[in-house]
Design a protein around this ligand. Structure first.
Ligand code: DX5
Ligand code: ZN
Length: 222
């Protein structure tokens, strides 16, 4: 949990050429790709589902970090596992047929990594019951649903620091991921508060010069 990584979010890519957009990340040394699944109910937007995850899986051996912004993630879990996700992150605020803890255990029982995500309004304390059952904690730095929103520094950085302090005080090892509004000016702030995984949608897929964008993002969190 101490190696900083840049995770491009496919949400910001050009979906008319998904395979090429996946390669564009792979070619500049990306190790983890972030896939944003939205159901039109948990968030006010609809993106893609397991079929897209499977499509991406066929294009690359990169680690696939799947962020489920959906209700009933436990109901849909097997489909995302089968599609080739390496990490599955679920929101504590979502509705479950079973429970958050049971869902985390099922992900790990399948041999995959499990994460939980916190909406900007959700305090760190909501994650404490799961702290021993996760590989990753995602602190949302925008209200989930859309790319291109501004980084919510004041509302989220104290929470991120609390998540880091709790982890270190308890000898835990979860990654700390930030997602939303991450650019070269905001990523260092998140790093200073404990983040090591930086989801970059617009800042990675926006610029035409991808090698330069990747170099700048990598350098600012090194
Ligand atoms: C927000 C998504 C993010 C989003 C980030 O709901 O979870 O991953 O794509 O996009 P940018 O980097 O453009 O803020
Ligand atoms: Zn995301």
């Amino acid at each position: 949990h101490d190696t900083p990584l840049i995770l491009p979010s496919l949400l910001a890519a050009d979906w008319s050429k998904v395979a090429a957009e996946v390669k564009r990340a792979e070619e500049v040394g990306v190790q983890w790709l972030h896939l944003d699944v939205m159901d039109g109910a948990f968030v006010d937007n609809i993106s893609f589902g397991p079929q897209m995850v499977q499509t991406v899986r066929k294009c690359t051996d990169m680690y696939l970090d799947v962020h489920l912004m959906i209700h009933r993630p436990d109901h849909f879990l097997e489909r995302f596992l089968h599609a080739g996700a390496d990490n599955i992150t679920i929101h504590v605020e979502a509705r479950y047929d079973t429970s958050v803890i049971e869902t985390l255990r099922r992900i790990r029982a399948a041999g995959k990594h499990a994460g939980i995500a916190l909406h900007p309004d959700t305090p760190f304390e909501a994650a404490i019951p799961y702290a021993h059952e996760i590989d990753l904690l995602l602190v949302m730095t925008v209200v989930p649903g859309f790319g291109g929103q501004p980084f919510m520094e004041k509302q989220t950085m104290p929470k991120l620091a609390a998540a880091r302090d709790y982890r270190d005080a308890h000898g835990l090892k979860y990654h700390l991921e930030v997602d939303g509004g991450i650019y070269t000016n905001t990523a260092p702030i998140a790093k200073a508060n404990g983040a090591n995984l930086f989801v970059c949608g617009t800042s990675f897929y926006g610029p035409a010069d991808t090698p330069q964008a990747m170099a700048e993002l990598t350098a600012c969190v090194a």
